[in-house]
Ligand binder design. Structure first.
Ligand SMILES: NC(=O)c1ccc[n+]([C@@H]2O[C@H](COP(=O)([O-])OP(=O)(O)OC[C@H]3O[C@@H](n4cnc5c(N)ncnc54)[C@H](O)[C@@H]3O)[C@@H](O)[C@H]2O)c1
Length: 346
């Protein structure tokens, strides 16, 4: 049984995700976290439609759009030519800073809904730029109209829109998000080290996480408004790992174009131990954004598909807590992982 999905946003994460679908279409297991989730293999995920607003991508067949500028995602393999052509998407006047001055190809909600219906998509995966909250919500409405589940990988807080959440619940469709949590990115690394300090009785007093990267998503994030919104999501996610208040900051601080889709996260932790003796950690993590999103996206999509098929919407909260930085009900990572694995990992 294939899980048929549509992509909103054919950027760097979409590019590596599509390459991952090809890489893991057979028996390849290297780098794959969970070969079987909810009875599905990665090769059971099928992309049946795609939307973007950048005129450099709209109208291109997906395997071409995946490598079209300004994408800088690593080219791991050549993508086979397929049948999906990128359609014009929704823009509610909130286009990302990196698209300013570009010609945008826009469609209305009815066009996108019709396309979703024609394609047979079961879920719409939101991979558009951060800072485009109104457009993200309009994609969610379009998914709802087309009878699709909606998976919001962006930091726009779609699940906090109570009306949308209620409409999805009424339609018995999954609404999953917000803000994908990378497999081994800055947020989970930060949470992991804080969790270890807490478990070892260290009284944490301060920490920070300063991310520097390339790619258009990082370029957008140096816009002051987007930076503060994303920082709030990441900081809240990190703080939830410690059962008391302490000072912490987590977020993107700069854009370096030649880093491409790579990122370096700089961390500093301060705490105290026996007889109030100080302890501190200075450390950095180098990662590649697209690849870092792949495994979690594979897992989330397969589990969400299962929820839809067996009408088990009551477990959507566990998927959100496992795969996203801003779930409706935050959990410590080990608890979220244990619950997700018990339900979905075979
Ligand atoms: N590991 C990860 O890559 C990761 C982790 C967490 C969250 N995210 C989120 O996933 C999203 C995608 O990340 P990315 O690195 O691929 O970004 P990107 O900037 O490379 O790609 C975004 C794509 O969306 C398109 N777009 C912008 N507005 C659109 C609209 N209204 N309709 C359709 N398409 C639109 C852009 O043209 C571009 O192709 C971002 O919101 C990011 O914050 C990514």
């Amino acid at each position: 049984m294939a899980a048929k999905i549509a992509l909103a946003g054919v950027g760097n994460l979409a590019s590596v995700f599509l390459q991952g679908l090809k890489f893991y279409s057979g028996d390849e297991r290297r780098g794959l976290w969970h070969p079987n989730v909810a009875g599905l293999r990665p090769g059971d995920i099928q992309v049946v439609a795609a939307f973007d607003v950048d005129s450099r991508k709209v109208g291109l067949e997906l395997s071409k759009a995946a490598f079209a500028p300004p994408n800088v995602a690593r080219r791991y393999l050549a993508l086979p030519r397929g049948k999906v052509v990128v359609d014009a998407g929704i823009s509610k006047g909130d286009a990302a800073p990196h698209l300013s001055g570009m010609r945008l190809e826009k469609a209305g909600i009815d066009d996108v809904t019709r396309r979703l219906e024609e394609s047979g998509a079961e879920m719409l995966v939101n991979l558009i730029s951060s800072g485009s909250g109104a457009s993200s919500e309009e994609y969610a409405r379009s998914a709802l109209k087309a009878g699709c589940g909606f998976v919001n990988c962006t930091p726009s807080l779609v699940l906090r829109n109570n009306r949308l959440a209620a409409d999805f619940a009424k339609a018995k469709l999954p609404l999953v998000g917000d803000d994908l949590m990378s497999q081994f990115g800055g947020t989970i690394f930060h949470k992991g080290l804080l969790g270890l300090m807490v478990k070892r009785g260290v009284k944490v007093s301060k920490s920070y996480q300063l991310d520097v990267g390339g790619g258009s998503e990082t370029l957008n994030t140096i816009d002051e408004g987007i930076k503060l919104a994303k920082r709030a999501v990441k900081t809240t996610a990190v703080a939830s790992e410690v059962p008391y208040k302490f000072e912490t900051i987590a977020g993107t601080t700069d854009f370096v174009d030649y880093m491409g889709n790579d990122r370096t996260s700089y961390f500093w932790f301060e705490g105290s131990t026996f007889m109030n003796t100080g302890i501190s950690v200075d450390i950095y993590l180098k990662s590649s954004d697209g690849a870092n999103g792949g495994n979690v996206l594979f897992d989330v999509l397969r589990a969400t598909h299962r929820c839809m098929k067996v009408g088990r919407l009551g477990t959507v909260g566990e998927i959100c807590a496992y795969g996203f930085k801003s779930p409706p009900k935050p959990m410590r990572f080990d608890e979220a992982y244990a619950k997700f694995a018990a339900l979905y990992v075979r």
